[in-house]
Design a protein around this ligand. Structure first.
Ligand SMILES: Nc1ncnc2c1ncn2[C@@H]1O[C@H](COP(=O)(O)OP(=O)(O)OP(=O)(O)O)[C@@H](O)[C@H]1O
Ligand SMILES: Nc1ncnc2c1ncn2[C@@H]1O[C@H](COP(=O)(O)OP(=O)(O)OP(=O)(O)O)[C@@H](O)[C@H]1O
Ligand SMILES: [Mg+2]
Ligand SMILES: [Mg+2]
Lengths: 248, 248
């Protein structure tokens, strides 16, 4: 029975993709069978996994528009399986708009196709539109990557409101697993204050440990790797491994 | 004759909002009359300018859906005028989808309403959807904030393709003013390599100087300020001031 987890935050650049990829590989190294789903038309997860999104014939767009099964688009990428994205996904929302049951499209695509996996992690785009709503509707849990800065803090309330709407209308079982404090600069009081405020104000669990800021993360996608292989043993690699262990 | 500039990059968290706000205030301090347009449903620019987007009755959504004139929604915020956003903007794209001439909606809203300004800066959301297309169609120039990291680099080609499409169909006069190297970490080779590669590969001008990474930027929105007032004389404040001077 696959555990489906959305990695969501409508704020841009808070390490949704980095968290999805790194946690995915870390879970695989803990002997979990992992499917990563790229739901962002910008296809950064697919690119980070070593694919060239611009030359992909099949992507999640074909699955969402009903042309293909999830199994048809899956690609093995080292330790995990990936259901990739490409720019066609930019038109998925428009294609789904008119349809009844449009919020359930991804959930139905998962129905019989994910039994072979222990974990399914969904990388969401920086918006609360139809793609993110599909991800949240198809998930048991949501993990919120949080960059501990004011402009990121501002989006948390709106995201939690959206989770409540999803629970009310399309997925009563959805649970907020917690926050991952990403690219954390422990030296600044600002980061610590934002994190504490989010914990207190929203009573959110922060998955341990915080993930420190390190240029190794920015470099890794260039080699089609996560920090786990680009900088093994680094503080960032250890942090995501420990978070993965806490999920198993 | 107002100079309309889009601040655009579909990659999330590359300092579009920070660049729009800080350049806007810097230009105003150089005696320019400045209008800032918030085109992001997440309304980070409006929040940074000291407004509470959730309690705004009027926003750019009302302008785009034809209910109000641009002048009706403008608010004076210290040295600049702001046309704010709120969450209603999330439905603007859907509302515009069916209409003929939908790409020109913002341009037509500007027609008679911006003559009193020297500069109009448009903060775009992290996507290449209808809001960004409207911004680019309504602009004389586009400035590209670039976070010098691999995953940001990846989006530049796609953004420039979009600019070419805009030039072909809706705005032949659109010019790429250049790149602002944002949150630049000069100590890492990775940042320097990404910046050089972008300059060479796309023959893009980099507006001088690069903007250094500093926690002062993250703190400023909490006080409704830019670094120009939160940390005057800091390297970041000086950098945006010099970029503004280069635009006048
Ligand atoms: N711990 C970290 N330290 C330093 N840089 C990091 C860290 N985690 C991620 N990054 C870098 O920060 C940038 C943003 O991360 P990422 O693209 O994963 O965010 P995102 O939320 O998926 O963005 P988007 O909203 O555009 O989808 C990337 O260049 C990434 O490599
Ligand atoms: N030079 C800088 N140094 C450090 N932090 C910065 C700098 N410029 C911006 N920031 C911070 O980085 C974060 C992202 O910036 P910002 O929100 O302006 O990006 P954006 O591209 O508008 O994001 P989005 O795609 O979500 O609209 C914010 O917390 C901001 O305060
Ligand atoms: Mg991403
Ligand atoms: Mg922004």
């Amino acid at each position: 029975m696959a555990r489906v987890i959305s990695v969501a935050n409508q704020k841009g650049g808070v390490a949704k993709t980095t968290t999805t990829h790194t946690l995915g590989i870390a879970l695989a190294r803990l002997n979990q069978r992992v499917l990563l789903v790229d739901l962002d038309p910008q296809a950064c997860l697919s690119f980070s996994a070593g694919l060239d999104p611009d030359s992909l014939d099949l992507s999640m767009h074909d699955v969402l528009t009903g042309r293909k099964e999830l199994g048809d688009v899956m690609v093995r990428c080292a330790d995990v399986v990936l259901a990739p994205a490409n720019i066609d996904l930019a038109t998925s929302e428009q294609a789904l708009l008119g349809r009844t049951g449009r919020d359930f499209t991804l959930r139905e695509a998962f129905d019989t196709s994910i039994d072979e996996f222990d974990f399914v992690l969904i990388d969401c785009p920086p918006s609360l539109g139809l793609l993110t709503v599909n991800a949240l509707t198809a998930s048991a849990e949501v993990i919120i990557p949080l960059q501990c800065e004011t402009l990121s803090h501002r989006g948390v309330a709106q995201l939690l409101d959206t989770v409540e709407v999803i629970r009310k209308y399309t997925n009563p079982a959805l649970v907020v697993r917690g926050v991952v404090a990403t690219m954390h600069d422990g030296r600044t009081r600002h980061s610590r204050e934002v994190l504490e405020d989010v914990q207190n104000r929203f009573e959110l669990k922060v998955l341990e440990p915080v993930v420190p800021r390190s240029v190794r993360f920015a470099e890794a996608p260039l080699r089609g790797l996560t920090v786990l292989d680009h900088a093994p043993g680094s503080v960032g690699a250890v942090a995501y491994t420990q978070i993965a262990e806490s999920l198993v």
